[in-house]
Design a protein around this ligand. Structure first.
Ligand SMILES: *[C@@H]1O[C@H](CO)[C@@H](O)[C@H](O)[C@H]1NC(C)=O
Ligand SMILES: *[C@@H]1O[C@H](CO)[C@@H](O)[C@H](O)[C@H]1NC(C)=O
Length: 325
């Protein structure tokens, strides 16, 4: 029997491992020529389903976790990814190429990744549909609506500030642990640790291979030392913010989805591991797209997709890009 995705071409974000002739480089020359031990879980599932991995999509280098000064959608390997609606407009990131390729009608489906906003924001900015599933889902496992206006998530100011919530502390430490583990298990790689990547970036800091992007997030991550008491406290705080905030709001009002203009609640979804979906919602006076986001509790993708589909069918807002200069 043929798989449900038989023959469907798919682009994969360049942070997702593919055991084939494609490089998996996160947009960095430091990883060019590295060889992964196996397909990432999502890639293996796509292949099992019959999908054809057509290529890698560009991104904000290192999924936007190298420097705050790096432009959205830019990587030394891929160059600047551009918003196909208004070429000078921000394509957002970090899964920029995944959203751009779909928006520009180059491909029907692409895979991105999201920690905090990396699917919802580029799909919003490039007028594409973007789904960020419940954390762990892809790799491991409107008509009669009642609308409540202006609901407030408690402590939303804290949640939206990654320094204050503890999100930054958790991300920096987890990044170092995960990147080092990833680099270590590669079959072949020019770099084996985050420290090696930092040294690579320093060595080539002025070359076209690397540009002058800075790497202060990398340096901050390198300065962490695993998941210690500070990180555990930050994670406990994030869990409490989720319980008192998004989860309580959804339960108290028996909501199916929280609706926002654009990816404004990506931090809420990020810290709780919740799913969200972006659907094209319009274009501003310059032609720059914006989206509407529906966020929900864990495992409610089916409902979110129904709601988003209902919105899309009622509005039919999306139009193909015209590459305005
Ligand atoms: C990666 O890119 C290099 C340089 O362009 C190329 O020689 C190589 O075949 C590519 N693929 C892998 C898996 O290294
Ligand atoms: C975020 O929180 C930190 C620490 O409380 C504070 O210094 C900073 O100004 C806040 N940033 C914003 C944008 O509010």
């Amino acid at each position: 029997m043929l798989g449900g995705l038989h023959g469907i071409p798919v682009l994969i974000k360049d942070t997702i491992g593919t055991k084939d002739k494609l490089n998996t480089s996160a947009g960095s020359f430091a990883l060019l020529g590295s060889v992964v031990a196996r397909d990432a879980g999502v890639v293996a599932k796509l292949r099992q389903g019959g999908a054809i991995i057509l290529g890698k999509a560009s991104l904000s280098e290192w999924a936007a976790f190298r420097s705050l000064n790096a432009p959205n959608g830019f990587s030394p390997r891929g160059g600047q990814g551009k918003n196909p609606y208004v070429l000078s407009a921000d394509p957002c990131g970090s899964s920029s190429g995944s959203a751009i390729s779909v928006a520009a009608n180059l491909i029907a489906v692409s895979i991105g990744t999201e920690t905090d906003g990396s699917i919802l924001c580029p799909s919003h900015a490039n007028s594409a549909v973007g789904i960020k599933p419940t954390v762990g889902l892809t790799s491991r496992g409107q008509g009669g609506a009642t609308v409540f206006d202006k609901l407030e998530i408690s402590n939303i100011e804290t949640i939206s500030n990654a320094t204050r919530s503890g999100e930054a502390v958790a991300l920096l430490a987890e990044f170092k642990v995960s990147v080092n583990a990833y680099l270590k298990q590669l079959v072949v790689s020019p770099v084996r640790t985050l420290a090696d990547v930092i040294a690579f970036n320093q060595k080539f800091s002025d070359s076209e291979m690397n540009d002058e992007l800075g790497q202060e997030i990398f340096l901050a991550a390198e300065g962490t030392n695993g998941i210690g008491s500070l990180e555990k406290a930050a994670m406990a705080n994030l869990e409490q913010l989720t319980k008192d905030g998004f989860q309580k709001l959804m339960w108290d009002h028996e909501l199916d989805a929280l609706v926002t203009h654009g990816p404004g609640i990506s931090a809420v979804l990020a810290i709780g591991g919740f799913p969200g979906i972006n659907v094209p919602a319009g274009y501003d006076e310059k032609g720059v797209p914006f989206g509407i986001n529906f966020g929900g509790l864990k495992g409610t993708e089916q409902k979110l997709i129904q709601i988003a589909y209902g919105f899309e069918q009622l509005t039919k807002i999306r139009k193909p890009p015209t590459f305005i200069a």
